[in-house]
Design a protein around this ligand. Structure first.
Ligand code: AMP
Length: 466
């Protein structure tokens, strides 16, 4: 399902409005679709649509989401096609009542689970992993809903942070590796859950703690109950959440993302100094790292690139697009600032290398004398199968090219990456404590279908035919 955002609240008279606000704060985690399911204790109400939260919801449809319990979702797809059927939360009616689920992460054994369910007669309406979970629950022999969910979750391999809602319970769970973040908070005496703490700040909730890897928490009128899905758990929160994905005003594992990114920049400056006149970020995702680099190096920080916040769909011919159109519509350089300067440009990551080469080209056109690229993460050599949207291995610049080759491809005077040890130091972690598979290829959960994404693509293309 990808790196999405989830939110839930139990027992508040304004449940759907608060969920809507929470989704606003999590919008950076997915802009493809948004949805809310609410419950008044006997009926589940549902509304979802394509696009950003502000376009999907309005006063009228929010008013129809009645009840004091709600869950919400913003989607950033990495598996499953982009259409309304795959938008979440997904709601189903089972024999003993209704159930809705919203999911963040990728299930790596989704393909085989789906084949098994289909051969047993299951009919799927979506191509998302989340529907698999609902089928597993509906087919469970456990009569108790909580037991049925536990049994279903025990069959999943990979990454999931989830919220479920039925008529009278909100259930939240995190996979045994804890790949994707999930935290618990409280407001006005009721419990809230969210992918990131910035959503708590938005709704005025207080952070209590992270949901533990492998933990399932049931919130009902009887209070809150915690249980473990698996006995053996590890802590493998995705390190890319610190580098790029989470908002800088969030805390992960009690640590400020902002300060951690600044440390990455400081360590990068220590490891790879360069004589230059200004340090500039590629806004907004590398602002904190660039600030750290500037502070440590003593080189003045400037906003040499200005980012447009109004990019939507464009209607430009492919031919025009090839002339750096994508980069120019997103960023422009501040000409007078750059003229004749030796510039250090800090970015948080290089994936394919297209952003860097276009930005370097733009900075030179605008008069920069030298352009040194500093990247506040190590080279990405492997694809992510747990929810971050990375392309196939062969498309990753660092999977087959050396740093020198990338330096020459993107046209930088010099290119340096943060070392893996430097990254660990900034995050305050050690090997085995976070998922760093995109930098090492050491996948904490084996990928059963070799190149799992390709296998899923087969399912998806088969479904598109119908
Ligand atoms: P690329 O142009 O393919 O090298 O992508 C690098 C740029 O994409 C960097 O500026 C990052 O901030 C940004 N980035 C990194 N990871 C992701 C992701 N999963 N989704 C969207 N953008 C990303």
């Amino acid at each position: 399902m990808g790196d999405c955002g989830i939110f839930g609240i139990y027992g508040h008279s304004e449940a759907s409005v608060i969920t809507y606000m929470g989704l606003y704060a999590l919008q950076h985690r997915g802009q493809e679709s948004a949805g809310i399911v609410s419950s008044d204790g006997s009926i589940l109400y549902h509304y979802k649509g394509m696009g950003e939260v502000r376009f999907v919801f309005n006063e009228e449809n929010l008013r129809k989401l009645k009840g004091s319990r709600a869950i919400g979702h913003v989607r950033y797809s990495t598996t499953g096609t982009s259409n309304i059927y795959n938008a979440q939360p997904i709601k189903v009616d089972l024999l003993d009542g209704s159930l809705a689920v919203a999911h963040n992460g990728n299930i790596v054994n989704a393909y085989s689970l789906r084949r098994e369910l289909e051969s047993g007669g299951a009919i799927f309406h979506t191509t998302s992993d989340s529907e698999i979970i609902l089928h597993l629950i509906s087919r469970s022999k456990d009569r108790d809903r909580v037991e049925a969910i536990l049994t279903a979750l025990r069959k999943l391999e990979g990454a999931y942070s989830l919220v479920y809602l039925d008529e009278d319970r909100l259930i939240t769970a995190r996979d045994p590796c804890g790949f994707r973040p999930l935290c618990l908070g409280r407001m006005d005496g009721v419990f809230v859950v969210a992918s990131e703490t910035c959503a708590f700040d938005m709704v005025g909730a207080e952070y209590i703690r992270d949901i533990k890897p492998g933990e399932m928490v049931v919130i009902s009128k009887d209070g809150i109950e915690s249980m473990m899905i698996h006995k053996s758990v590890s802590n493998n929160l995705c390190i890319f959440e610190y580098i790029y994905f989470s908002r800088p005003d969030s805390c992960l594992e009690g640590k400020s993302v902002y300060q951690t990114r600044k440390k990455m920049g400081r360590i990068l400056a220590e490891e790879s100094p360069v004589d230059a006149d200004i340090v500039i970020p590629v806004p907004d995702s590398s602002n904190c790292a660039a600030l750290g680099y500037a502070e440590e190096s003593g080189i003045p920080f400037e906003f040499g690139l200005i980012r447009s916040h109004y990019i939507g769909r464009t209607f430009i011919e492919p031919e025009q697009k090839t002339r750096d159109f994508d980069a120019r519509i997103k960023y422009n350089a501040v000409r007078n600032l750059l003229d004749g300067k030796r510039v250090v440009v800090v970015d948080d990551s290089i994936v394919r290398g297209t952003t860097s080469s276009k930005i370097i080209n733009m900075l030179r056109r605008m008069g920069a004398d030298e352009v040194h690229l500093r990247v506040s993460s190590p080279p990405i050599t492997h694809s992510c199968f747990y929810g971050i949207d990375t392309p196939t291995r062969k498309e990753l610049a660092a999977s087959s090219s050396s740093v020198e080759e990338i330096e020459s491809f993107i046209g930088a005077d010099s290119l340096r990456y943060l070392s893996l040890d430097g990254l660990m130091k900034a995050v305050g972690t050690k090997r085995g404590k976070h998922c760093i598979a995109c930098f090492t290829g050491d996948y904490p959960v084996p990928i059963p279908e070799e190149a799992g994404k390709e296998a899923l693509e087969k399912v998806i293309s088969r479904i598109r035919l119908f």
